[in-house]
Write a protein that binds this ligand. Structure first.
Ligand code: APR
Length: 181
């Protein structure tokens, strides 16, 4: 799907293998690494990424939910990693939708400030943090669409879904334009 000059692409895969300017990490506020996509990015990217996370933590005390920070991509094919922190799902009435949308928008802004033309996202918050993926997908896609409407920095915004089931959920959310809020 095309929004202005930006192509929105959905694919199944492992985000650590994506050849893009920036990949986005679903991090925690302490920027201390973890399991899921965070663990995979540090494993493949090597120790320089954590060294830069340590420096950011020392400087500004981490990264609150909805915000984003940027490091090297280390040994990843991507030049940079944007680390964003999605909300932990607590039933949906604790500001989770806005925090999730901000996580996407602030990641896009930060990557664009660093000259990125291509970016790949995982499905933020829908693993360990428990955000229902049927509710998260339209927010993710809506944030990308709204950014692309307002700012033509990106040639491509990719969503890399780890399973075919998750890919199907994102595909249905994209097809059902009304659910893209
Ligand atoms: N590529 C793409 N997607 C992946 C990969 C990968 N290599 N590995 C896992 N995923 C998917 C998961 O299947 C899930 O759909 O990323 C999505 C997000 O799941 P999590 O990685 O658990 O992220 P999140 O729910 O945001 O939880 C963040 O988990 O690992 C910790 O440090 C992290 O504390 C933070 C929390």
């Amino acid at each position: 799907m095309r929004v202005g000059k930006t192509r929105l692409l959905l694919k199944q895969g492992d985000i650590t293998r994506e050849t893009v300017d920036v990949i986005v990490n679903a991090a925690n506020s302490g920027l201390r690494g973890g399991g899921g996509v965070d663990g995979a990015i540090h494993r493949v990217g090597g120790p320089r990424i954590m060294a830069e996370c340590d420096a950011i933590r020392a400087r500004q005390g981490g990264c609150p939910p909805g915000q984003a920070v940027i490091t090297t991509g280390g040994q990843l094919p991507a030049q940079h990693v944007v680390h964003t922190v999605g909300p932990i799902w607590r039933g949906g009435a604790r500001g989770e939708p806005d925090l999730l949308r901000n996580a996407y928008l602030n990641s896009l802004r930060l990557a664009a400030e660093h000259g990125a033309k291509t970016i790949a996202f995982p499905s933020i918050s829908t693993g360990v943090y428990g955000y229902p993926i049927e509710l998260a997908a339209p927010i993710a896609l809506g944030a990308a669409r709204d950014f692309a409407l307002a700012d033509s920095s990106f040639e491509e915004i990719r969503f890399i879904l780890f399973s075919l089931g998750d890919l199907g959920i994102y595909q249905r959310a994209l097809a059902d334009r009304k659910s893209v809020v």
